[in-house]
Ligand binder design. Sequence first.
Ligand code: ATP
Ligand code: MG
Length: 197
Amino acid sequence: MSSRRIGVMGGTFDPVHHGHLVAASEVQNRFGLDEVIFVPTGQPWQKVDRVVSKAEDRYLMTVIATASNPVFSVSRVDVDREGQTFTVDTLRDLHTEYPDDELFFITGADALEQILTWRDADELFKYAHFIGVTRPGYQLDDHHLPKGKVSLVEVTAMAISSTGVRERVGSGEPVWYLVPDGVVRYIDKRRLYRQET
Ligand code: ATP
Ligand code: MG
């Protein structure tokens, strides 16, 4: 079997939004990827100062958002693994699942900087090439990044964040067109991000 090029898009996806989808689509095209796998993180008890939605809700919203794209898929590796998600575990598991394929880990440039300062950085590069997508208002300082292992891609400025979407839902503002229609419906159905919950 010939080697495929697989993008791996990790995230909390609480909720997944059009910034994530545009970034994944842009990188898929730019790097000629055969598939992009979205990987929602497992359940952290907290992310800095807030409770993160249940992994199953974040997983399902990601499935809803990606279902119509034939080259997008969603993996449960992080959702199904016990404990906090570390990128090295994600990549090790996907490498085990796709041993003959080339992995490209796609991440926002902000997150990239943190990942690469972790002590597992060397192991990460064994499994994947890293693609940092720059978000609006973010300037990446790349001189300490290892050469040949990390690419930076500027993605159409989309000032959408999950934080912004949650805040809008919490204050009763619309999130149509910031997230896919099915995700708007799912947030409503499950009453996610309401202040009283
Ligand atoms: P939060 O506001 O809760 O931090 P988020 O919008 O950053 O959420 P994450 O699930 O944390 O979403 O992001 C997953 C990945 O997508 C990260 O690598 C992040 O940097 C990247 N990303 C998030 N928003 C965008 C965007 N608008 N354009 C490009 N990349 C993005
Ligand atoms: Mg974030």
